[in-house]
Design a protein around this ligand. Structure first.
Ligand SMILES: Cc1ncc(COP(=O)(O)O)c(C=O)c1O
Length: 383
């Protein structure tokens, strides 16, 4: 059975060029970047070149890039690291209701430690309500963390406007750009962002590598302690092959950006039109201003999980709200925050595409979705 992979916001196939270069660093250029000898020096030079390239993509200084093991780690470093240098009763933080669990659960941990935490609301489109955001800022607010693009709906957030609010009030702005980097251009100077998280496996690099942009002058407490790697902020022997591979994947993503954006957005739009034309009573949860690869729909009355398993049996791999996909049948917190009814939230599906998808796959998925929905609706009280 052919695999039709429409779950690229969960993870992506590693790009061939990124695999090729990674293998060279596994088998021949495998020095430890902390070693004093020639191979060590070469490894250090290699990661510094990667740092320069990545910094150029987001317009920061190379020294402001810290390599990490994942987006989750970058998010934790940003929030815990920043807050742990402040006393709980002097520090209030704001995150949005639609953040990934890497931010939401970290904020909840801080709340347990006594830090003040407030949650910014979104409108029905899943976009941050800026007036509400301003209304929950208080004199103790030290950091605001709002994602660049949402992993479930693809909604791009008003990052520039948020940064204007944080600038005005001298609040640090962290953004989780895990679903945006490689798909859109980022300029942390123009947009005035102090911290930004990224993860390689969302843009065709391997799993287990990411980075945190940390603006010069912003201090965070390390999560772990050890040697002097990554300016002592993230000690531990540096994973040179993965960093090289992540850098190559980002090079490829930005080199081919125009071509891929057009191609993938075209596929996504045909998918959307095809679903709307062939199935009644579909709710579109992805707003117009979204990352071009994501389509989130609700089929009210049909459990997302039932759809996911039926499609999986046909070799089609998609996702429901992130909570459901881990075997927990709570409705997606993103759908709930967007004011979706219980039926709509339980029936939400995320289809996320990549450059490896084709028009034939789109046609097959539309046909299969229709077949399953028709079958379930025949025996279901909801139409
Ligand atoms: C928005 C967002 N932030 C953070 C993460 C976590 O990244 P990682 O899987 O690299 O830990 C994800 C992964 O799904 C994500 O979508």
């Amino acid at each position: 059975m052919n695999k039709i992979y429409f779950d690229n916001n969960a993870t992506t196939r590693v790009d061939d060029e990124a695999i090729k270069i990674m293998n060279e660093y596994f088998s021949s250029e495998y020095g430890n970047s902390s070693s004093a000898h020639g191979m060590g020096i070469e490894a250090l030079e290699t990661i510094d070149k990667c740092r320069e390239k990545i910094a150029a993509y987001i317009n920061c200084e190379p020294s402001e890039i810290i390599f990490t093991g994942s987006g989750t780690e970058s998010d934790n470093m940003a929030l815990l690291g920043y807050c742990h240098l402040k006393k709980p009763d002097e520090c209030h933080i704001i995150v949005s209701e639609i953040e990934h669990s890497a931010i939401l659960n970290t904020a909840k941990e801080l709340q347990k430690e006594g830090y003040g935490v407030s949650f910014a609301k979104v409108n029905r489109e899943g976009i941050i309500d800026l007036d509400y955001l301003e209304s929950i800022i208080n004199e103790k607010t030290k950091i605001i963390s709002i994602m660049y693009a949402n992993n479930e709906t693809g909604a791009i957030q008003p990052i520039k406007e948020i940064s204007e609010i944080t600038r005005k009030r001298n609040i640090v702005f962290h953004t989780d750009a895990v679903q945006y980097i490689g798909k859109g251009y980022i300029d942390v100077k123009k947009t005035e962002i102090e911290m930004l998280s990224a993860s390689g496996h969302k843009f065709h690099a391997p799993k287990g590598v990411g980075f945190l942009y940390l603006k010069k002058g912003i201090h965070i407490k390390p999560l772990i302690f050890g040697g002097s790697h990554e300016r002592k902020i993230r000690p531990g022997t540096v994973n040179v092959p993965y960093i090289v591979s992540m850098t190559k994947a980002l090079d490829v993503a930005y080199r081919d950006k125009e071509k891929n954006t057009k191609y993938i957005a075209g596929l996504r739009d045909t998918l959307k039109t095809g679903i709307l034309d062939s199935i009644d009573n579909i709710v579109i949860n992805t707003p117009n201003n979204s990352v071009y690869n994501t389509l989130n729909i609700s089929i009210p009355g049909i459990e997302g999980e039932a759809m996911l398993f039926s499609l999986s049996e046909m070799g089609i791999y998609i996702s429901t709200g992130s909570a459901c996909s881990s075997g927990d049948s709570k409705p997606s917190h993103v759908m709930t925050a967007m004011g979706r009814s219980d039926l709509e939230a339980h029936g939400s599906l995320r289809l996320s595409l990549s450059k490896y998808n084709s028009q034939d796959e789109i046609d097959y998925v539309i046909k299969s979705l229709k077949e399953i929905v028709d079958r379930i609706r025949k025996i279901s009280p909801y139409k």
